[in-house]
Write a protein of this length. Structure first.
Length: 137
């Protein structure tokens, strides 16, 4: 049985969805409190809700970002894209000081960002990166 672990940025998920809630709340509050002469038109309402919907879609895509790994492979989900690598294909995992997220470097020098691990979260990201580095061949 392999040691399966999943890492994701909780702070980024919270900020994304709180932003959606604030935008929707502001839309409702402003719409209900505007003078009758300044109310949104139907096309204005549709446009605003489409923009909020687009932002919610981006929040959903951000929320999907994660890194899952076990003793055999690493799976990286960055928004709508998923990458799977055997540990033998991974040359290194790097994260320079001040970098927003770590980078996986493959044996053939491809680079994949690990959006599920945010540098701004500090120690949890460093711990996750240390655990992942133990598996690099």
């Amino acid at each position: 049985m392999s040691d399966l672990r999943t890492f994701r940025s909780k702070g980024l998920i919270v900020v994304s969805w709180v932003t959606v809630a604030i935008l929707a709340g502001l839309m409702i509050f402003i719409g209900l409190n505007m003078p009758e002469s300044m109310k949104f038109s139907m096309s204005g309402n549709i446009t605003m809700w489409l923009l909020i919907g687009a932002w919610a879609f981006l929040a959903w895509a951000i929320s999907r970002s994660k890194v899952t790994a076990d003793s055999e492979k690493i799976v990286i989900v960055n928004g709508l894209r998923t990458y799977t690598f055997a540990w033998s294909d991974v040359a290194a995992l790097s994260m320079n000081p001040g970098a927003p997220w770590p980078t996986l470097i493959t044996q053939d020098d491809r680079r994949v960002m690990l959006f599920g691990l945010q540098g701004s979260e500090g120690k949890p990201t460093r711990n996750a990166l240390a655990w992942l580095r133990e598996h690099v061949a």
